[in-house]
Design a protein around this ligand. Structure first.
Ligand SMILES: Cc1ncc(C[n+]2csc(CCOP(=O)(O)OP(=O)(O)O)c2C)c(N)n1
Ligand code: SF4
Ligand SMILES: [Mg+2]
Length: 273
């Protein structure tokens, strides 16, 4: 297989099919993924985040109790690959649909997956009200700072200076305003019991994000209130950069503004669980 050298790093080119098939070292497909192949771009962070969420569901023994509610974005393609019941929400409405599912079937574990465009641009009031009501659901936001599926346009989370399809010179606060830091906003609400922001640009961050997802689901199991995990994900296509540059781009541009860490943990504050 042809490899290219980038400052000492050996990278498999993704611009053309490999001359020979890659060797399968082991099958690491999580229990809840039916079909491992997907159509998301090489280097996309969303499959990693999705995998982490599914692993958390499996590890807590919630496979038979979980219902997913998906927004609309690149990650929506996964709804056909999973061995989980998934309901498709209209843009931005997943927290409201999830509220209905949870109230109708209180013993289910309800997990929403939305992008930043879907959640913060198109349905911001939905998640704020669900958190304020203290709904016992877990909402996940995959934040890549762009409307990835429709071509990489600015969203409400795009950071200042970020180049997007409609901010070619970078986001300018005078013209485009300032980014909304959703986790920081939700953490202030009384009904929110757990709020954290992770990232999937390094192995360490993937591990920390998985712990956040576990904690969020435990919060729902304990019926302690609303739980929320924001995950910063790479979008090399929508950021108009090379695939291999995306993890560092995330660290250098998105993470300094949308800082990772646990913003609120009701269980720690009250010594519950
Ligand atoms: C009401 C409505 N407006 C716009 C669209 C087009 N649309 C589909 S996916 C999408 C982008 C979603 O972006 P985001 O939620 O950030 O997810 P990503 O693709 O980045 O993962 C848009 C605008 C739509 N389907 N419905
Ligand atoms: S456009 Fe971005 S978010 Fe969508 S699949 Fe490609 S890399 Fe992922
Ligand atoms: Mg997005």
């Amino acid at each position: 297989m042809t490899r290219i050298e980038i400052e000492g790093l050996r990278v498999i080119p993704t611009t053309e099919p490999p001359a020979e098939a890659a060797r399968l070292v082991d099958d690491f497909t999580p229990e809840l993924i039916d079909v491992g192949a997907h159509h998301l771009c090489p280097g996309c962070g969303e499959p990693i985040a999705m995998r982490s969420a599914l692993e958390a569901v499996s590890e807590l023994g919630l496979v038979q109790r979980t219902i997913g509610v998906f927004g609309i974005g690149c990650y929506t393609a996964f709804s056909n690959n999973l061995d989980v019941e998934v309901l498709q929400a209209l843009h931005g409405r997943a927290p409201s649909l999830a509220t209905g599912v949870k109230r109708a079937k209180p013993d289910t574990i309800v997990l929403t997956i939305q992008g930043d465009g879907d959640m913060v641009n198109e349905g911001l009031q939905e998640v704020i009200h669900a958190a304020a009501r203290g709904e016992s659901i877990t909402c996940v936001m995959l934040n890549n700072g762009v409307f990835g599926e429709t071509g990489g346009h600015l969203t409400a989370t795009t950071v200042i200076g970020q180049r997007t399809k409609n901010t070619l010179e970078g986001r300018d606060p005078a013209a485009h305003g300032y980014p909304i830091l959703l986790s920081n906003l939700l953490a202030q609400l009384e009904g929110a019991a757990f709020v954290a922001r992770g990232a999937v640009n390094t192995a360490g961050n993937v591990a920390r994000t998985k712990k956040m997802l576990l904690r969020a689901l435990e919060t729902q199991m304990a019926r302690a209130g609303f739980s929320f995990v924001e995950i910063l994900t790479m979008c090399p296509t929508g950021w108009f950069i090379e695939t291999q540059e995306a993890p560092d781009y995330l660290a250098g541009n998105l993470a300094p503004v949308h800082a990772t860490g646990i913003l609120k943990d009701f269980a720690v504050e009250t010594k519950a669980f």
